[in-house]
Design a protein around this ligand. Structure first.
Ligand SMILES: C[S@@+](CC[C@H](N)C(=O)[O-])C[C@H]1O[C@@H](n2cnc3c(N)ncnc32)[C@H](O)[C@@H]1O
Length: 354
């Protein structure tokens, strides 16, 4: 098992390569990253068979920025008939797994393969159960099969609790009809990614207050309101009347980069399309000056050196907090609903006074 295989948004293969190569170098795992443009995947080929497992145990999948899914294993060529026997043969070298996902890549070819996967899954599952390679146990590794075509599959495994939350890293979120814009799903996905579900009631509840910078027409405000929060929406543009009718929203026509609340708010969210350095500075100010306790902010990506730029911004933010002597948890992910951007989540760990 020399290969660590990763899914990503098409067009971001280079970022995945840069990111994983940097971690591998830091962890002393020898190998090289490779990817073809627009294939929605990348590989890190390790010089030693134990390399991918070392990488996966040293890293938390949820901390990676650009990979949407990962697994260690090997590519296997499949015949036209009796694919299952060939899969079973190769799985002899794999651990017994506790669950199974069949995945495809986020490309047009991948979408066409989804039907094949749906049909293949039931007989494969039955065969794996029969052969004792699959049991129902969430504490065991997950078997992840990524089909590149009906004739080629990556047979992968990922350790329990250390892989994407959804197959292919693509959340199945339903667009709420009452929401004023589709970008509402970005904030909802951010919460799924950054906040464990069992903490939602404690960290996203109706006694809280929020500020939405660049709020119009209100997709993100909608999510805060849906959790019962009182929201100050900052934007020169109009907010959806349906949100204003809730009585929970105060709309201020002000500049999001200069507005400051009189009291600490629980949440600041910001979806202003601006230079990423400016949005990053906003994060440092809001958390650093105790204007909010948690924040979700979008960072638009530059055209080139996108991973390097994100790392540089995150380091600058973290150095800013260090200089202020405050503890802030910083997360960053290219979410499924993000396009040329990443989403940052920050949380004061010292509680942040009210
Ligand atoms: C991508 S849209 C936000 C969409 C919103 N999150 C939603 O879900 O409906 C960006 C918004 O930022 C606003 N904006 C741009 N610059 C701003 C600034 N300096 N201060 C406040 N709002 C700003 C724009 O008017 C625009 O409505």
């Amino acid at each position: 098992m020399n290969t660590l295989f990763m899914h990503c948004r098409p067009g971001f293969e280079g970022e995945v390569c840069s990111e994983i190569a940097e971690h591998a170098a830091r962890l002393g795992v020898a190998g090289y990253a490779k990817a073809k443009p627009q294939t929605a995947c990348a590989e890190f080929i390790c010089h030693e068979p134990a390399g991918p497992a070392r990488l996966m145990s040293a890293l938390r999948f949820s901390d990676l920025i650009f990979p949407r899914q990962w697994a260690r294993g090997d590519f296997v060529q499949l015949p036209e008939t009796d694919r299952i026997s060939v899969v079973l043969e190769h799985l002899a070298a794999y651990p017994v797994c506790g669950s199974l996902w069949l995945e495809v890549l986020d490309t047009n070819d991948g979408k066409e393969l989804s039907n094949f996967c749906k049909k293949f899954e039931a007989p494969l599952r039955k065969a794996l159960l029969g052969a004792g390679k699959l049991v129902d146990d969430p504490d065991l590794p997950r078997l992840l099969l990524t089909f590149k075509s009906g004739r080629e599959v990556f047979l992968g495994v990922a350790d329990a609790g250390n892989f994407a939350m959804w197959p292919m890293g693509i959340p199945r979120l339903k667009f709420p009809r009452e929401a004023p814009s589709r970008s509402t799903l970005k904030l909802e996905e951010a919460w799924h990614h950054f906040i464990p579900r069992e903490q939602w009631d404690e960290r996203l509840h109706g006694d809280m207050t929020g500020v939405d910078l660049g709020a119009a027409p209100g997709g993100w405000t909608y999510q805060l309101v849906r959790r019962g929060m009182l929201v100050t929406a900052i934007d020169n543009g109009p907010m959806a009347q349906s949100l204003m009718d809730t009585g929970l929203v105060t709309h201020l026509m002000a500049d999001g980069f200069t507005y400051k609340p009189k009291q600490t708010v629980d949440w600041m969210v910001c979806d202003i399309v601006e230079k990423p350095a400016r949005n990053a500075a906003l994060l440092e100010t809001w958390l650093g000056e105790n204007l909010c306790r948690e924040a979700v902010v979008n960072l638009k990506l530059p055209m080139k050196q996108r991973y390097a730029e994100v790392r540089r911004l995150l380091e600058r933010i973290e150095e800013g907090f260090k200089a202020r002597g405050i503890k802030v948890q910083v997360g960053c992910k290219q979410l499924y609903h993000d396009r040329e951007e990443v989403t940052c989540h920050l949380r004061r760990l010292d509680g942040g006074k009210r």
